[in-house]
Design a protein around this ligand. Structure first.
Ligand code: FAD
Length: 417
């Protein structure tokens, strides 16, 4: 019997269910009644740092038990400490997990385990795997992703942070930005330029760094939706031991692209829902007494159709996973549809609410829509912007000609405006 045999997968599901039942109660069916409970329409969770830490403690406690039970790295190869299972097993695990009352995961947990834990497992030395990857996969330590810079987001390979060798260490100088949850992370995973005299992708190296190393200054950025979950992080003469280098010197681009690949293929297990839904729009229209308005019905029906299209795309990717295929660039369609729907849902809510969206009238659920509307643009950027997803679809799904590239010269010769 192979891992792709349905009976094998069913056995696995049974094992997982039995294990989950030893530590959590089945989750009661979530019947959402408009007007009752917490409206929770936030796309990015608004929490004080104290509440965020308390929440993370609960999630980490669960993740440690999950790792110790052998479910911490299902899809990683056996030779680097994983179970070597096809990704359909991670999807099945997430399905089973959703049926139990375990603390909802959060972005930094997925980044630490799904991206960085996986990257250090694959590219780290056996010592780094034992010391760091294990601790990240188990969430003993949290690790933020220090990739983006003020001049390098979509064009990540254009990053400017310098790492200069000094004996057994490297000295880091530069700035990172949009670093989610840097305040609560023990470690950061960063990319720095170690050779400016080769084409930009060729001179990058990946490092881990302890976030309390002298010379690191974390400054929170206040988002328009309320929270300050992401940060600017400044590096001024920060010394990092060579033992914290992940992968070969100047091979960081390979590490980075693999890490971003893990991001695209992560199952999103245990995630809370993001923002308002079509059902919430229907509830809002009814509460405002406008659900018979023909124009409003058209607007809500349009978002419903698009939501169904997104669900069909997610199901298609899951089927490809189940058959052992990689979703590849088609995954960009799912991200694009998801972010577009969030914006459209927010637009319909804004039309329904008018000024009540910005002035808290005290009516249940109305002001909560402003949190959805303010959060939606961030979702269009995070994890690759809508325009970048469209480029991927144009070039790699539709086979249209590639964009003009004017950056083939060594990094030090590129004009950087
Ligand atoms: C909520 C949130 C959390 C984040 N968390 C992290 C984190 O933890 N760690 C981290 O490293 N980064 C993080 N980011 C940063 C994120 O990865 C970047 O915002 C993203 O890659 C875009 O980069 P940028 O903001 O520099 O925009 P730019 O790349 O400067 O783009 C600006 C605009 O130009 C468009 N554009 C750029 N290039 C092209 C092109 N070739 N063709 C067409 N249009 C183009 C973009 O679509 C965008 O509209 C986060 C961002 C958000 C919003």
């Amino acid at each position: 019997m192979t891992d792709l045999d349905p009976a094998h997968l069913e056995n696995f599901r049974g094992e997982v269910r039995a294990w989950l039942a030893t530590l959590a109660k089945p989750r009661a069916d979530e019947v959402r009644v408009w007007g009752e409970g917490d409206p929770d329409l936030q796309i990015f969770r608004v929490m004080s740092e104290e509440d965020e830490r308390a929440h993370l403690d609960r999630v980490r406690e669960y993740r440690k038990q999950r790792f110790d039970a052998g479910y911490g790295a299902l899809t990683l190869p056996v030779e680097v400490g994983g179970r070597g299972l096809p990704s359909v097993y991670a999807v099945a695990f997430a399905d089973e997990e959703r049926a139990f009352d375990i603390p909802p995961s959060s972005e930094i947990i997925s980044v630490t385990t799904g991206l960085i834990g996986a990257a250090v497992s694959v590219f780290g030395t056996p010592e780094q795997r034992e010391l760091y990857a294990r601790a990240f996969l188990r969430t003993d330590w949290l690790c933020c992703q220090l990739f983006s810079e003020p001049g390098a987001g979509s064009d990540l390979a254009g990053l400017s942070m310098r790492a200069v060798r000094d004996g057994d260490a490297w000295v880091l100088d530069g700035q990172k930005i949009w670093t989610s949850n840097a305040q609560v992370s023990e470690y950061g995973f960063l990319l720095a330029r170690t050779d400016p005299d080769v084409v930009k992708q060729a001179g990058i190296t990946a490092f881990l760094v302890r976030m309390d190393t002298p010379g690191i200054d974390i400054r929170p950025i206040r988002q328009m939706s309320g929270p300050s979950s992401f940060n600017e992080v400044f590096f001024d003469g920060v010394r990092v031991e060579d033992a914290l280098r992940i992968g070969e010197v100047n091979d960081g681009w390979r590490v980075a692209t693999a890490t971003l690949g893990f991001e695209r293929s992560s199952s999103g297990s245990g995630h809370r829902r993001k923002g308002g839904t079509v059902d919430d729009l229907v509830g809002l229209a009814r509460s405002l007494g406008v659900s018979s308005d023909p124009v409003i019905r058209q607007r809500i029906a349009d978002v419903y159709v698009r939501t169904q299209l997104h669900a069909a795309m997610v199901a298609k990717v899951a089927r490809a996973n189940a058959a052992g295929d990689k979703p590849g660039p088609a995954g960009s369609l799912g991200k694009l549809l998801a972010s577009d729907n969030l914006v459209r849902i927010g637009n319909v809510a804004s039309e329904l609410l008018g000024s009540a969206l910005v002035a808290d009238t005290g009516e249940w659920g109305q002001f909560a829509w402003s949190e959805h509307v303010l959060g939606a643009p961030g979702y269009r950027l995070a994890g690759g912007t809508d325009e970048v997803q469209r480029n991927i679809i144009a070039e790699r799904v539709l086979g249209l000609p590639q964009e003009q590239r004017a950056d083939r010269a060594p990094f030090s010769q590129l004009s950087r405006s």
